[in-house]
Design a protein around this ligand. Sequence first.
Ligand code: NDP
Length: 280
Amino acid sequence: MAQIIDGKAVSAAIKEQVRDEIARDNIKAGLAVVIVGNDPASRVYVNNKKKACEFCGIKSFEYALPEETTMEQLLELIDTLNADKNVNGILVQLPLPKQLDEKAVIERISPKKDVDAFHETNVGKIMIGNYSFLPCTPAGCMELIHSTGVSVAGKECVVIGRSNIVGKPMAMLLLHENGTVTVCHSKTKNLAEVCRRADILVAAVGKPNFVTADMVKEGAVVIDVGINRLENGKLCGDVKFDEVSEKASFITPVPGGVGPMTIATLMKNTLTAAKIQNNE
Ligand code: NDP
């Protein structure tokens, strides 16, 4: 039976470190969170981010814009935030309403304030291993893997999913730690067979209960990034938890696994951004 990796506990420890450093060194840090429209899930995420800021002693600035916001209005706000000395990090909650070009919005954020690490400049820096911020969800997954005491070096690592936000940077971070990495996607042949090779398996597919026990090697570390809402309103991951936990050595639950880590890394990145900008 697998040990459950407690994302809530690991993320609480990271937020406490951030809070303690901010208090100890009297650091002024500010995060602007921009939300456009009325997506209920986005609203929950933004509220959780605000709560985490409060806990850490980071000043949060919320900009809630109406659904019909134009590109021009949003870019103008980003320009203002880029120039605002009280704002060290800017986060635009995705997804954006259809009329808004997400890529152009991300590119407008100053790379120094891009605490999500989605800007092309930051993505490039991560690729060459010379970065200030790591993308929040993959970095959170790495912390969870570290918390198991299992070393990535030399291990077979399989990532299911190749999105710019999760799958691709996740693969890169595992590679930086000397994992032997395979990235799978919807065109991958013999997916179950590839997954069964994994000592470390990361699922970022967005399909409930996609990873079944027959796809998992005995003793594997299984990280479930998926957040899927079922018809009964319950949240579930990409991994069929009951059966996979019988085979894995470590597994993350949903909720309470990767989710809280994303916010903890955001706090860490905002502190890093503040330290860099306050020293300029
Ligand atoms: P995307 O939809 O952008 O990417 C999904 C990936 O899964 C794609 O690369 C797709 O392949 C692949 N895929 C889809 N179907 C299959 C299949 N049958 N076999 C193999 N691969 C497949 O999702 P995201 O990366 O943004 O998110 C993934 C999940 O993680 C979602 O549930 C999301 O809610 C969750 N998430 C959780 C976060 C957290 O904080 N815990 C943060 C961000 C996301 P292809 O490229 O070929 O289409």
